[in-house]
Design a protein around this ligand. Structure first.
Ligand code: 5RP
Length: 292
């Protein structure tokens, strides 16, 4: 049971941060190239994104639903705003004529066979992100992990490299197995990631106080999906996250492990871009599932 968050009032979650001159929070003073790449990922009409996360193989190998990315994910490309994947999958399986922006996983090291996952390094040169025409790169940051300092420095090095070429960095809050997942932890992790320069942050939803996590983070937050939930629960979580200030989602298993991934991504799109309520979104999912 998460600890009730008593600090909420100080974050003024009901008074959204101003975004003068550019629609994305905290991004108005970035350079043109950086803004243009962000605008490929976050739809200018809604200010939000549905990123499809399929990078799991970088430490998990062929995850359930990703055994054959050519068969399961390529058909979903048309329905996402951006794909989050590794450069290996990009070069080997993603058609280069796709118009979709690609955000590339840029960290790696330990596999799931290891106890301590925070022992990561930067796993891609920014030169390669440029060569691949990436719209962004993503890296885990293990606040509170055994290798916290290294993982923070991995991110700051990547941010410096990204600033040189105009490629935004998505910092990802990576939670160790035994850490408490509450608003207090995510406020800490997201704020550190933003303060140290990431242009946006991926983090998990928490029932209590998620609006304080988004309010105290000066750059956009995208909600991570996490373990597979029942479709209605996943749609409800995505709905709550965007209503509480997230600029969209970066979801994987809750889409590609769904019984009907195409219907699920359509329903997530409606929640994120059209504020469709969870019950209606579930009805949309069910009707598309039946048709498909
Ligand atoms: C973990 C990651 C993942 O590798 C992946 O993107 C997770 O996606 P999901 O939890 O939605 O399946 O970034 O932090």
């Amino acid at each position: 049971m998460p600890e009730v968050d008593k600090e909420g009032e100080r974050y003024a979650a009901d008074r959204p941060q101003q975004t003068p001159g550019f629609y994305l929070k905290g991004s108005h003073q970035l350079d043109w190239g950086m803004k243009n790449r962000l605008a490929r990922v976050f739809a200018p009409a809604s200010g939000r994104t549905v990123m499809l996360a399929v990078d799991h193989g970088y430490f998990q190998g062929p995850t359930t639903g990703l055994e054959r990315i050519d068969l399961s994910i390529v058909p979903l490309l048309q329905s996402c705003d951006a794909l989050f994947c590794t450069r290996g999958i990009l070069r080997s399986l993603i058609p280069a004529d796709t118009g979709k922006p690609m955000v590339l996983r840029a960290s790696g090291g330990p596999s799931i066979l290891r106890e301590e996952l925070s022992d990561e390094e930067i796993a891609m040169d920014m030169d390669d992100a440029v060569r691949l025409n990436a719209a962004g790169v993503g890296i885990q940051v293990f606040i509170g992990g055994d290798f916290e300092t290294r993982s923070v420095h991995n991110m700051t090095k990547l941010v410096d490299a990204g600033l040189r070429v105009g490629i935004p960095v998505m910092g990802i809050t990576a939670v160790g197995k035994n850490m408490v997942r509450d608003a207090k932890y995510f406020r800490l992790a997201c704020r550190i990631i933003a303060e140290l320069g990431a242009q946006y942050v991926k983090t998990y939803y928490v029932e209590d106080g998620f609006d304080t996590v988004t309010a105290s983070c000066p750059v956009p937050i995208v909600m991570a999906g996490g373990k597979k939930l029942a479709e209605l629960d996943a749609l409800t979580m995505a709905y709550n996250a965007v209503q509480q200030g997230a600029a969209g989602v970066d979801m994987g298993r809750n889409i590609f492990q769904s019984a009907a991934p195409q219907a699920m991504i359509a329903a997530i799109n409606a929640v994120v871009h059209k504020n469709l309520k969870p019950k209606e979104a579930y009805e949309l999912f069910s009707s598309l599932k039946t048709k498909g």
